[in-house]
Each structure stands twice: as structure tokens, then as C-alpha cells.
Design a protein around this ligand. Structure first.
Ligand SMILES: NC(=O)C1=CN([C@@H]2O[C@H](COP(=O)(O)OP(=O)(O)OC[C@H]3O[C@@H](n4cnc5c(N)ncnc54)[C@H](OP(=O)(O)O)[C@@H]3O)[C@@H](O)[C@H]2O)C=CC1
Ligand SMILES: O=C(O)C1=N[C@H](C(=O)O)C[C@H](O)C1
Length: 237
């Protein structure tokens, strides 16, 4: 039985709890459903964080003190925080993904393989859509896609456009839409002359993120100290 220390009991935390309750191999451990790990009376096997970047200090302190692997799902970290997560991975196993759905991980792989070809023919724009309660913009997934596409390009990222804002050849536009209860949509447009190629992922339920992150937690519990992403979970084992 793997004891999951759930950090964050918001919209995603509740869906994670539901997913754990129907799984005989997992147990949830978050006694007060409080984001403060100081209340944990018992050592958990893996921390699973769906909360807020403001919790990072507490997570690092708990993980390093108890030598517990950490699955990070929270998005919106600053560069300085990303560097601290990197340092954390030198002490405990860390799995980080801005999106734990299978479709998005596969889409990222498609973008990695095909953007180097497509970039010679098309302008690239990313559009993400999320629910009205989302705090960070653009989404972690949109940033992941932008970084993947840019691996071989070194273009500028342009976040939205306003006023006189003519596009250049060497930019990737990134656009965030917020409204209603949209679970999560990510679209990458490859726009050419008289034709547009679109690669798109739509999430219809938050369950896909919870299930993916729990699979990641199972996998991470057997790993050595290091920094991992979902490619390691899905394709390297
Ligand atoms: N990687 C992935 O696949 C996915 C990642 N996410 C990310 O997970 C995170 C949580 O998403 P979601 O559950 O929808 O968000 P919610 O706002 O619904 O929940 C956030 C949770 O974090 C807690 N929290 C702790 N500290 C803070 C703080 N300083 N400010 C705000 N909240 C805090 C909240 O506690 P309280 O209620 O007491 O404020 C709440 O329990 C987000 O960063 C989101 O982008 C979401 C879906 C998929
Ligand atoms: O906040 C959300 O809801 C989501 N956040 C993640 C992100 O920022 O990419 C993943 C998913 O799209 C849902």
C-alpha cells in the first residue's frame, strides 16, 4: 500500500482523493486536508502536490527532512523556484509535469519531432483555454509546449498582442483564454499561406490529470534520486 501525502485540497485535490479511494493499492494521507505539511504525524511514501507555488518551502522542508519523493503538478513557479526544485532533485526523486494527461505528453512528443520541419513553412501560435478560477497564465502546459518547440529555434515568446504589434518571423505567440468551467484546451497553430495545420488537445475531465499523476507517484516511489518527467514514466521504463 503506497501512502500518498496529498498537498492541496482544492479542485484537483478532491479529484485525486476520489481516484485514490477506488484504488486498492493507494492510500491517501492528508489528515486535516490542510496544505501545511507540519500537521503530518506519520511519514508518507510520496508527496503529491496540486496546490500553489507559495507552498514550495514547506514541500522542500518536508521532503528533505523525511527523504520523501515528490510529484509536482502545481504550475506557475518562478524561475528561481524552478531552480530550487532542481536542487531538491539532488536530494530526493522529483517528478514534475505541467500536465499529467497522456494526450498532452504525447502531443509534446509530436511537437518535439515535427516542429523542426514545420517551422520552415508556418508561423507558430499557441492558444490555451482554461476555467475562470485558474490563477496562472499562460498555463504550465502552454509554456512546456513553447519550450519544446523552441528547443531548436531560439525564437522570442510573445504573450498576447495589443496595439501595433505586427508579428515577426522569429516569434511564437502564446495566448491565454479564461472562462466558465473549461477544464483545459491547448492548441498549437502552424499557420501558412492559405492553410493552417492545428494540433489540439482537449481535457474533458480533471480525472485524467489525477490518474496520470498517481501513476507517476507509483513509478517515482521506486526511483533513485533525480529529476524526472512524464517521458521517463511512459517511455523509459
Ligand atoms: N500538472 C497537471 O496535470 C495539473 C496541474 N494543475 C495545477 O495544480 C494547481 C492546483 O489546481 P486546482 O486544484 O485547480 O486549484 P485550486 O485553487 O482549486 O486549489 C489550490 C489548493 O492549494 C491550496 N493553497 C495552498 N496555499 C495556497 C496559496 N498560497 N494560494 C492559493 N492556494 C493555496 C488551496 O488551499 P485553500 O483552499 O485553503 O486556499 C487549495 O487547497 C494549480 O497550480 C494548477 O495549475 C491543475 C490541473 C492539472
Ligand atoms: O489549472 C488547471 O486547471 C490546469 N493547469 C495545468 C496547466 O497550467 O497547464 C494543466 C491543465 O491544463 C489544467
Amino acid at each position: 500500500m503506497l501512502k500518498i501525502g496529498l498537498v492541496g485540497y482544492g479542485a484537483m485535490g478532491k479529484v485525486v482523493e476520489e481516484s485514490i479511494q477506488v484504488d486498492d493499492e493507494l492510500a491517501i494521507f492528508a489528515p486535516e486536508y490542510d496544505s501545511s505539511l507540519a500537521d503530518y504525524q506519520e511519514k508518507v511514501d510520496v508527496l503529491l502536490d496540486f496546490s500553489n507555488p507559495a507552498n514550495l518551502d514547506t514541500i522542500i522542508e518536508y521532503a528533505t527532512t523525511h527523504k520523501v519523493p515528490v510529484v509536482i503538478a502545481t504550475t506557475g513557479y518562478s524561475e528561481e523556484q524552478e531552480e530550487r526544485i532542481n536542487q531538491l532533485s539532488k536530494e530526493v526523486p522529483v517528478l514534475l509535469s505541467a500536465n499529467y494527461s497522456l494526450g498532452v505528453i504525447l502531443m509534446n512528443r509530436i511537437l518535439k519531432d515535427y516542429s523542426p520541419i514545420l517551422k520552415d513553412y508556418f508561423d507558430i501560435e499557441i492558444i490555451e483555454k482554461h476555467h475562470r478560477w485558474k490563477e496562472d497564465a499562460p498555463s504550465g502546459t502552454a509554456k512546456m509546449f513553447a519550450n519544446t518547440i523552441n528547443e531548436t529555434l531560439n525564437y522570442d515568446f510573445v504573450y498576447g498582442r495589443e496595439g501595433v504589434a505586427k508579428r515577426t518571423d522569429k516569434e511564437i505567440g502564446v495566448h491565454a483564454v479564461r472562462g466558465g468551467s473549461i477544464v483545459g484546451e491547448h492548441e498549437v497553430l502552424f499557420a501558412g499561406q492559405d492553410e493552417v495545420l492545428t494540433i489540439k488537445h482537449q481535457a474533458f475531465s480533471k480525472k485524467i490529470f489525477a490518474v496520470g499523476a498517481l501513476n507517476g507517484a507509483r513509478w517515482l516511489s521506486d526511483q533513485k534520486v533525480g529529476f524526472y518527467d512524464m517521458n521517463d514514466v511512459l517511455f523509459e521504463s
